[in-house]
Design a protein around this ligand. Structure first.
Ligand code: AMP
Length: 285
């Protein structure tokens, strides 16, 4: 039986343990999650173990990053299954704050991230990145890691967090980890469990469409016609609405008309009631 990770729901005890590790000269890695852990999350833990001595995984379904009509209350929660997976993956500690611990009475501060949070998910999920930036800032202050790991699956989130950490001089390195996919290309996500069997069969078209467009862009084609064709192809495959399908600068996330520098192709689309997002790198033509 692998060791279960130390389990903390009290900030002082977490801080005492992390301080002891730091005192022993150990490098600390934080992996923030919302639980319902799958192999994509565990890839982050594995990466953390490869680069640090101690891996702390936070599990917190953050109410402030969900909109009023989003899936906060039905978001999957299964702490015991998550802890068993973390034991298998070799995480050292699980930080499991309650909503009252994170947002006690009188809590009144919010981080407003800059331009990286504009457009894409920032437009269709108002307030989402402010909620993400605020909770991640708190987690970084609570744990005080040397490095925090985030999946490229949520590419805009990764760039927003990089900008917040840079702007606020938070002393942690932020690193991105490539998206883990099913063999048919579907990006692993806690929300994939909402898909019906028919939707699950259609879902890989999301990544396939991105890959086809990326190939055209890498040959130097203009983005606009390819993106319009891509939206039509997704709708024909049963997706809709397609909230966005856009080519952006990989670093600043500024819109691009063609892949003249390192770029990212990003999509968000509903499949039935489930909102899926994905993105791929596009090399300069
Ligand atoms: P979540 O629990 O959805 O907030 O995700 C927690 C972290 O895991 C985020 O940094 C995500 O980007 C990352 N993540 C989620 N799915 C994947 C995946 N398929 N591959 C790599 N990282 C992922």
């Amino acid at each position: 039986m692998p060791d279960t990770p130390l389990r903390f729901d009290d900030l002082d005890s977490l801080r005492r343990t992390v301080a002891a590790w730091r005192g022993a000269g150990e490098r600390i890695v934080l992996v923030p999650t919302m639980g319902a852990l799958h192999a994509g999350h565990l890839a982050l833990v594995a990466h953390g173990r490869a680069i640090g001595r101690r891996v702390v995984v936070s599990i917190f379904v953050n109410p402030t990053q969900f909109g009023p009509t989003e899936d906060f209350s039905r978001y999957p929660r299964d702490t015991e299954a998550d802890l068993a997976r973390l034991a298998e993956a070799g995480a050292d500690a699980a930080w499991l704050p309650s909503v009252a611990t994170m947002y006690p009475d009188g809590f009144a501060t919010r981080i407003e991230p800059g331009p990286a949070a504009g457009g894409l998910c920032g437009d269709v999920r108002p307030g989402h990145f402010s909620g993400v930036a605020t909770v991640v800032t708190k987690l970084l202050n609570q744990v005080g890691p040397d490095i925090a790991l985030f999946g490229e699956k949520d590419f805009q989130q990764l760039q927003v967090i990089r900008s917040v950490v840079r702007d606020l001089d938070i002393p942690a390195e932020i690193a991105g980890v490539p998206t883990l996919r099913e063999p048919d290309g579907l990006a692993l996500s806690s929300r994939n469990r909402y898909l019906t069997p028919d939707e699950r069969a259609r879902a890989p078209r999301l990544h396939a469409t991105l890959a086809e467009i990326a190939e055209g862009l890498a040959r130097g084609a203009a983005a606009h016609p390819l993106l319009a064709e891509g939206i039509a192809a997704l709708e024909a495959a049963g997706f809709g609405p397609v909230q966005y399908l856009e080519l952006r600068d990989a670093r600043t996330l500024a819109p691009l008309a063609r892949a003249e520098r390192e770029a990212r192709l990003l999509v968000a689309a509903y499949l039935g009631k489930t909102r899926l997002i994905d993105n791929v790198a596009v090399l300069p033509a």
